[in-house]
Design a protein around this ligand. Sequence first.
Ligand code: AMP
Length: 215
Amino acid sequence: MQAIILLGAPGAGKGTVAEDLKRQIGIEHISTGDMLREAIRAGSPVGLEAKAFMEKGELVPDDVIIRLVRERLLAGGSDAWYMFDGFPRNVHQAELLDAMLPECGGALTHVFLLEVPRDLIIRRISNRRVCRQCGAVYNLIGMRPKVENVCDLCGGEVYQRPDDNEATVNNRLDVFNRETAPLVEYYRRKGLFVQIDSSDRLDTEKAILQHLGRA
Ligand code: AMP
């Protein structure tokens, strides 16, 4: 099993890029944010525990996240190929992932940082809409669903995430700078780190595919 990581602030485009690459090269998309939103929708104990943290833009406790990721990895086959989006979110999670991957017969090959200027992040997030059912990501600026509030892919309801409001976004950006940004140094030291200007989605995808030898 092989894995790559997409790092980046909220609104950097990780989810959109991961879904596009999944369609293009068949890499599985593991978004801990999507898994948590699904747990909330299902009313599971994990969802109940995670909800308050997510509403404030705080990180959900590491043990909850690691349990979710471990279950997902153990359910996959030995030839699986994963793209993590929104995980790991801090150095502790990265260390736990390092310990978990060999257990699952896996290895990390690349860590991509998607870099976007802060004003573009705020613009993207305030215009972001997602499908409640399949998680597809839309944007009122350039990627509207064909029918208002209806997902092109599955017909589900397209809505605005409750944590995509200005106050929560500012906190999520602070949390990113404090907790997640140190991962750049962590992965640079391991020789896995690649920085990508992610202002344009297609250029971002092209750059990632080149690094993966799939261009
Ligand atoms: P995202 O969909 O990646 O923007 O995540 C939305 C929210 O889910 C975050 O603001 C956190 O509250 C929570 N979350 C997602 N992934 C993680 C993670 N790896 N560790 C802790 N909290 C997470």
